[in-house]
Ligand binder design. Structure first.
Ligand code: GRF
Length: 245
C-alpha cells in the first residue's frame, strides 16, 4: 500500500537555495496527512479542499483553519465542520516578522505536513517560507508567471489576453513564484468585467486546488530540477468545462 504523504520525507523535496527538509517533522508514515489551511476571507477554496478530502476519502485530514482576520467568513464554515479554527490578527503585531513568528507558532501546534494558502492575503517573510520548504502551497488567480500580485483579473483584461486562469504552486521567498503543481485555464470573453473573470476563474480554482493537494497527500509529487513531477504522469492542466479530473 502506498505510504500516505510519502513525498514529505523525500530529500529531493528541496527547493533550490533552501535547506533540505527535515525528516524528523514526520514521525509516522502511517498517519493521515495533516493539513493546515490559511485564509483571509470567504474561504471557498478551503471549502473545496475540505469537501474533496472528505468525499474522496483522501489519506488526509484538515486539522486546522487559521485566519489573519477575525471576520474571515470561512472560519464559521470550518468550525461547523468540526475543524479547529484560530485567528492570528496581523494588526496585533508590530512587524511582518513578529506576525509571521506568531503565525508559525499557531500552525506548528497542529503539526501539519502541508500548509495550504487559500486566499491568504499576506506577504510572508523569507524566514517564514524557509521554515516550510516543500510544505507550503498557494493558489494564485492567474496563469503564472503572468500577473503576479493583486488585481490579476483587471491586469489580464488590461492587456487583452484571451486565456486566463489559476496556478497552484509551491511557495518560495519570491512572491507568486515557485514550482508549479497545476494550472487551470478559462476563456476571456468579450465584455468581461474583472468580476466576471474572477467568478469564472474561481470555478476552475475549485477543481485545480483539490486535485493538486490530493496528489500531495497521496505522496505522488516530486521535485526534479526544481520542476514538479507527479507520479502517473497526471494531466496537470485543467480547463473549464472539461470533464477530466
Ligand atoms: C481566490 O481567487 C484565490 O486564488 C485568491 O483569493 C481568492 C480567495 O477566494 N488568492 P476564497 O477565499 O478561496 O473564496
Amino acid at each position: 500500500m502506498k505510504k500516505p504523504c510519502a513525498a514529505r520525507d523525500d530529500a529531493v523535496f528541496c527547493l533550490s537555495n533552501c535547506p533540505t527538509l527535515s525528516t524528523s517533522l514526520f514521525p509516522s508514515a502511517d498517519e493521515p496527512c495533516r493539513l493546515v489551511i490559511l485564509i483571509s476571507g470567504r474561504g471557498s477554496n478551503m471549502q473545496s479542499i475540505v469537501d474533496a478530502c472528505r468525499n474522496e476519502n483522501w489519506p488526509a485530514r484538515v486539522v486546522a483553519v487559521i485566519a489573519n482576520k477575525p471576520d474571515a467568513a470561512g472560519l464559521a464554515w470550518a468550525a461547523e465542520q468540526g475543524i479547529a479554527t484560530a485567528v492570528v490578527p496581523h494588526r496585533d503585531y508590530p512587524s511582518r516578522e513578529a506576525f509571521d513568528v506568531a503565525l508559525a507558532r499557531e500552525i506548528d501546534r497542529h503539526e501539519p505536513h502541508y500548509v495550504l494558502l487559500a486566499g491568504f492575503m499576506r506577504v510572508l517573510t523569507t524566514g517564514f517560507v524557509a521554515g516550510y520548504t516543500g510544505r507550503l502551497v498557494n493558489i494564485h488567480p492567474s496563469l503564472l508567471p503572468a500577473f503576479p500580485g493583486l488585481h490579476t483579473h483587471a491586469q489580464a483584461l488590461a492587456v487583452g489576453v484571451q486565456a486566463h486562469g489559476c496556478t497552484v504552486h509551491f511557495v518560495t521567498p519570491v512572491l507568486d513564484h515557485g514550482p508549479i503543481l497545476a494550472q487551470g485555464v478559462v476563456p476571456v470573453r468579450a465584455g468581461d468585467t474583472p468580476e466576471d473573470l474572477a467568478s469564472r476563474v474561481l470555478q476552475i480554482e475549485h477543481r485545480v486546488y483539490p486535485a493538486a493537494v490530493r496528489w500531495l497527500v497521496e505522496g505522488r509529487v516530486r521535485l526534479v530540477d526544481n520542476l514538479v513531477r507527479v507520479e502517473g504522469d497526471t494531466q496537470r492542466l485543467f480547463f473549464l468545462g472539461d470533464a477530466h479530473e
